[in-house]
Structure formats: structure tokens, C-alpha cells
Design a protein around this ligand. Sequence first.
Ligand code: 4NP
Length: 147
Amino acid sequence: MTHRILFVCLGNICRSPAAEGVFRARAPQYTTDSAGTSGWHIGDAPYGPMQKAARARGIDLGDLRARQFVAADFDRFDLIIGMDANNIADIENLRPYGNDTPVRLLTDFAPHVGADQVPDPYYTRDFDGALDLIESAVEGLDAHLKG
Ligand code: 4NP
């Protein structure tokens, strides 16, 4: 059974905390966390402009703190979700031998949107565009988990 879900991006201050925040608000019965493939922002709260954009939609990210993705996460979670192809490659590089935890792109759960990644708003500055995509995909993820 899929009950523990980890969202992963590069910095763990924009996309993955936003995905975690949107998902936990919608489906609080799951255990969730988020992590970054880099260690650049360990201990940091989500990026201010992303917190502000999320808060405008009723999503509070203020309690979240960045940490780095580690190989042990493959055993601690039932499903690992990355935001772009680089995240997936970096995650897979740490997969323990014999582990078969599924690793998927968040956009896989929003096929109707036609995006193959969540563009990084830290660079694009389009925090609302990222949240639109995240909300669509989280809706699809929730439906997928309900089967
Ligand atoms: P995220 O965005 O991966 O969505 O958290 C980033 C945040 C910070 C940096 C890169 C991406 N950075 O280079 O510090």
C-alpha cells in the first residue's frame, strides 16, 4: 500500500515543499515529506515568494524545513516523486541495490496538462505557474492513489 510519499526537487525550498503542502492539505491521511537532491538549503524554510504564492491559495508552508535526499529515503517511503528529469536521475543514482520503490515525475499525474516537468520557479520567477501545475498534478496523484 502506498502511504508514505516523498516529494523531491533540487533545492527543497520551492517546488517540492509546495507539492508537499498542496498534497497534505488535500490528502492529510498520508505521511508526507520533501527533500532536495542538493544540500544547498538544508534547514531553510521554503523560499519567501513561494510561501507567499501558496498562502494566497490557502496553503501554509511555514513549518517546512529543507533537507537533503538520502539513499535511506528509498526504504522510508513507498513513492518518490521528482519535479524534473534531473531530479529523477539524481534520485536514481542513490537507489540501493535491490530496492524497487517507484520513482515518478509529478507531471506524470497530470497528463492532460502536457508538461514533462515542473519548471523551477527559483529561475523562472513564475511561482503561480508552478503552483497551477502542482495543483493539477496533485489532483491526479490523489485520484491515482485512490485507484
Ligand atoms: P527548487 O528551486 O528546486 O524548486 O527548490 C531551487 C531553489 C534554489 C536553488 C535552485 C533551485 N538554488 O540554486 O539555490
